[in-house]
Design a protein around this ligand. Structure first.
Ligand code: ADP
Length: 499
């Protein structure tokens, strides 16, 4: 292993100081005094402890957010001023780039190249995109209804912030997830309690420091660390929370819906995926093969968009499998901070066990292991990028979201777009899909037929932070990014004036 580059002094200072959480502008311990340890998945070493927030801390944070909402200091702030503060937060994220990047990589394990390197620019770009929105939020003027009383009337709509929002984020892309949740909520004028994942809570705490430095008023953003069962569940059940926005597993998404039923919170969910990646016989394989590898193993496959169901035409199946095996087996596995690493560790030993269980199940069910499969000996939760060929839709590795570096390939032998779409749509999920072809007609026909929130043509993954992203079917409710994410944080009010 190469010697790792030395850490930035600011990173060391951050990791050495005791970590607290942000409630009503103050950095506090958990009311219980309990803490959670945070580990570096590349070394299995403890790198920090954070407060183990529970129901009492959530209650304090929600009440602070409620006060900050009800007193209007954020809601009624001039829209241009709110935009300016979000832009300032983006500047501060960039100014703290080295520390944020290093802490992110140490905490989550992601490889610096490319995921870690993208974390800060993407976070800043998302905030800047939403910084432009507050000044552009408008309602409608509605034509008078002659049956309504009054000789002259005026009906118009107002877009008003929904209120206090609980936001719960996963461990796989922590800073990106936190900013993509916070930015539209704050742009809309909501106040927030953010609960980052217990496995990787550190960059959210740095974000909290920067929120304060930007001058966003106390109580507008509160950040409570803690487990899902304690802090997350208390947030989703709290009666003063108006809306919950969640990214994570479909299983926890269902629990959140139940918890939100008490006061009928609005809910948006960005959940799992099992995304099809369709390679037609005329595809440019020099592009499709490396992209299939990249999108299968980005973040070690621990991402909801990853291309975990490849559909490859019979005539090119063997060359695609050979090409993928060559690239995947040459990937360098190691700690994220080593700039030559392509694949970092998985997040935890539990996750590694789970993913290894799927490798065993793929073998048992008769899929052909093309490359990978093994965990690496020694410290850290490392495993090889793994490709299974000749998979079929009955197999667990094809049905379940594995959330690890394991992809599956199925062979098809038809040019009929409806038949191909049926294969691609044979899943409970519908987040992302892609089709690889030179044929414009086939590309757009398949784009229309694939039941997923985002379909790429010769591209796999989101279309940018200004385009809606979210799921059909069990991949979720609502859309993140773009203007549609703002709509998740508004109530529409109709005003009828009898003049
Ligand atoms: P993953 O499978 O990526 O670990 P989870 O859905 O388990 O995703 O977790 C995503 C987020 O949901 C984390 O912040 C976690 O703490 C939180 N969470 C887990 N269980 C619950 C729950 N019962 N209620 C609310 N939040 C939860």
């Amino acid at each position: 292993m190469n010697a790792l580059p030395p850490l930035n002094p600011e990173t060391i200072k951050f990791l050495q100081a005791p970590r607290r959480m942000l409630i009503d502008g103050a950095w506090v311990n958990a009311a219980s005094g309990e803490t959670l340890d945070v580990f570096n998945p590349a070394t299995e070493e403890k790198i920090a402890t954070v407060p183990a927030g529970g129901a009492a801390d959530i209650d304090a944070a929600v009440k602070a957010a409620r006060r900050a909402f009800d007193d209007g200091k954020w809601t009624r702030m001039a829209a241009s001023e709110r935009g300016k503060l979000l832009w300032k937060l983006a500047d501060l994220i960039e100014a703290n780039g080295p520390r944020l990047t290093e802490v992110e990589v140490l905490d989550n394990g992601m490889a610096l190249n490319p995921a870690g390197k993208l974390a800060v620019p993407l976070a800043a770009a998302t905030l800047r995109y939403y910084a432009g929105w507050p000044t552009k939020i408008t309602g409608d003027v509605i034509a008078p209804d002659p049956r309504m009383p009054g000789a002259e009337t005026l009906t118009y709509t107002r877009k008003e912030p929904i209120g206090v929002v609980g936001q719960i984020t996963p461990w796989n892309y922590p800073l990106g997830m936190a900013t993509m949740k916070l930015a539209p909520a704050l742009a809309a004028g909501c106040t927030v309690v953010l609960k980052p994942a217990e496995q990787s809570p550190l960059t959210a705490l740095i974000l909290g420091e920067l929120v304060q430095q930007a001058g966003i008023p106390d109580g507008v953003v509160n950040i409570v660390t803690g487990t899902g069962e304690a802090a997350g569940a208390a947030l989703t059940a709290h009666p003063l929370v108006d809306k919950v926005a969640f990214t994570g597993s479909t299983e926890v998404g269902r629990l959140i819906l139940k918890a939100a039923a008490g006061n009928l919170k609005k809910v948006s969910l960005e959940l799992g995926g099992k995304s099809p990646f369709i390679i037609m016989p005329d595809a440019d394989l020099a592009k499709a093969i490396p992209s299939a590898v990249y999108s299968s193993f980005f973040l070690q496959g621990q991402n909801c968009m990853c291309s975990s169901r490849l559909f490859v035409h019979k005539t090119i199946f063997d060359s695609v499998m050979d090409g993928m095996a060559k690239i995947a087996s040459g990937m360098k596995i190691g700690p994220g901070l080593d700039p030559t690493t392509n694949l970092g560790p998985l997040i935890s030993s539990e996750q590694l066990e789970r993913v290894q269980g799927y490798v065993a199940s793929g073998r048992d069910e008769g899929a052909t292991l093309v490359t990978g499969g093994k965990r690496l000996p020694g410290k850290g939760y490392f495993m090889e990028p793994t490709v299974f060929a000749h998979a079929n839709p009955k197999m667990k590795i094809v049905r379940d979201e594995i959330f690890g570096p394991v992809t599956t390939a199925q062979m098809f032998d038809t040019d009929d777009v409806d038949a191909i779409a049926r294969l691609a749509n044979d899943t409970d999920y519908g987040l992302v899909g892609s089709v690889w072809t030179q044929n414009v007609s086939v590309a757009h026909k398949l784009a229309a037929r694939i039941r997923a929130g985002t379909v790429g043509i010769n591209h796999h993954g989101p279309a940018g932070n200004n385009a809606p992203f979210g799921g059909f079917k069990q991949s979720g409710w609502g859309r993140e990014f773009g203007k549609e994410a703002l709509d998740l944080y508004f109530e529409t009010k109709t005003v009828f004036a009898n003049l």
